[in-house]
Design a protein around this ligand. Sequence first.
Ligand code: NAD
Length: 244
Amino acid sequence: MNFEGQAALITGAGRGIGKTIALKLAVSGADTILVDMSPEMDDVRKEIEGMNRKCLTFQVDVTDLEAIYAMVNNIIEELGEIHILVNNAGITQDNLFMRMKPEQWSKVIDVNLNGVFNVTKAVIRSMVKQRYGKIINISSVVGFSGNPGQVNYSSTKSALVGFTKSLAREVGTRGVTVNAVAPGFIDTAMTQALNESQQEAILQQIPLGRMGDAGDIANAVAFLASKEASYITGTVLHVNGGMY
Ligand code: NAD
């Protein structure tokens, strides 16, 4: 897979899965745009620049549509077009439904779903204009299986499947593919927040007997972003060690 001459924007690229996706695309030749709410993107940028690839960083909240539009205008001036968009930023605010506060529901919907709307909305025009684009949305196994304590989170992750499939139908003839990757349980800060007994229970459901690592997801994203996947659109690639 070779992404030379292409620019890839990755949200939530400061750590975890997003950071690993950015490094994977950069090592395969892409210039990268890292977007994260947290300012801690310098290490990733330095690593990418060490590969002689361009790297821009933006400390932006994906829920802020105006800031996202300003950022995308800035990127297009600086790098020209955006070829690959990975909507990866996401949060959890777990609680059993009976105890879930309206703010926990709204916040998770705002970041995980409205955030994807905002960034895609800002980027897609330039993809359609250049008649080339690869959009990859990061869903989750729990959007398919459900998970107690995650009514808010799993709702957003299954909504991304509808988003992916509908948008794929709208922009296919314009050379833009839209796919999703649904990770299982991946060893990042998000899952390290689970207690030991929750982690044990999860491991017992995984036929491959281990949690995934961020590289497992980055490999799947890189494939869907590549020319090798040019006849694949509107699909969900499950990367979960066989648990679903
Ligand atoms: P993480 O918490 O380690 O990293 C998420 C990154 O997104 C952070 O750097 C954070 O600052 C950034 N972010 C959060 N809200 C933001 C906002 N409003 N604007 C901009 N940036 C924001 O999480 P992760 O485990 O790397 O997960 C990445 C994606 O993968 C998420 O969408 C998550 O739902 C999904 N996912 C993760 C797992 C898992 O097991 N870790 C499983 C399935 C799906």
